[in-house]
Write a protein that binds this ligand. Structure first.
Ligand code: ADP
Ligand code: MG
Length: 225
């Protein structure tokens, strides 16, 4: 899952260009969102549905812009000594309501002792939010989503696994490509953003998947004493 240097550079140049445009789009979006709200109280019954569609489409553009900017123009990470256990615990708290909504439970197994890594807690949280969100979206109701931690020679491993639809072998390589999505409302940006964040932390990502059985994402981060 390591990107070749030249691919990375191309993405950087294209990204900088597109990030400029994304910023320009964001400003008119803000005023659109503001002014549409003013119309809401005066809508006739048949117009309310149009209003909902406009609103949800605006939200969608905003999500794409936010995720895209995270990829193309990431904020500088602020590294410090952090306990990965707390990052995972907080992420699970954030994702619990979404899991419940899909009639899924997130099982969590932690490690004894400290799990220190040198990293940016917020950026790492973003990674695990993206992985758990994908797991939720891939798994039918009553399925399993598990988040586990283990110690490896190369560091601390966090595994996010699900009993969902799985990823076809031929599609595994596509996961790192921006905009690859199989979802009607997907952006295809969650994994590319996550891979960049893990690379920045000198970590590794390993994916194992079996069609109609499930998927495991193993993230390994260098441990800090
Ligand atoms: P998005 O979720 O917006 O589609 P991502 O970059 O997060 O974008 O994921 C890209 C694609 O990878 C998804 O559309 C899906 O096809 C596949 N994928 C990611 N995680 C999983 C998973 N846990 N199970 C099955 N497919 C997955
Ligand atoms: Mg996603």
């Amino acid at each position: 899952f390591i990107r070749k240097a030249n691919e990375h550079d191309t993405l950087k140049v294209v990204g900088q260009l597109a990030a400029g445009i994304a910023h320009e789009i964001r400003n008119p979006m803000t005023s659109l969102k503001g002014f549409i709200q003013l119309l809401e109280p005066n809508l006739r019954e048949h117009q309310k549905m149009y209003f909902e569609v406009i609103n949800s489409e605006l939200k969608r553009v905003e999500t794409i812009m936010t995720e895209f900017l995270m990829l193309a123009k990431p904020k500088k990470s602020v590294f410090s000594k952090i306990n990965l256990k707390y990052v995972i615990q907080e992420t699970i708290e954030i994702m619990k309501p979404q899991a419940t909504l899909h009639d899924l439970e997130i099982m969590y197994e932690t490690l004894d002792g400290e799990c220190h890594v040198f990293g940016d807690a917020n950026r790492l949280k973003q990674v695990f939010i993206n992985l758990i969100k994908n797991a939720i979206e891939a798994t039918p109701a009553k399925g399993n989503i598990q988040v586990g931690m283990s110690r490896k020679a190369s560091g601390i491993m966090v595994s996010v696994s699900d009993s969902g639809c799985g990823i076809p072998k031929g599609k595994l390589e596509k996961l790192k490509e921006p905009f690859f999505t199989t979802k009607e409302n997907g952006t295809g940006l969650g994994l590319p953003v996550s891979l960049n964040i893990i690379a920045e932390h000198h970590g590794t990502v390993d994916v194992k998947s079996e069609l109609n059985k499930g998927t495991i994402f193993d993230i390994c981060l260098p441990a800090l004493q």
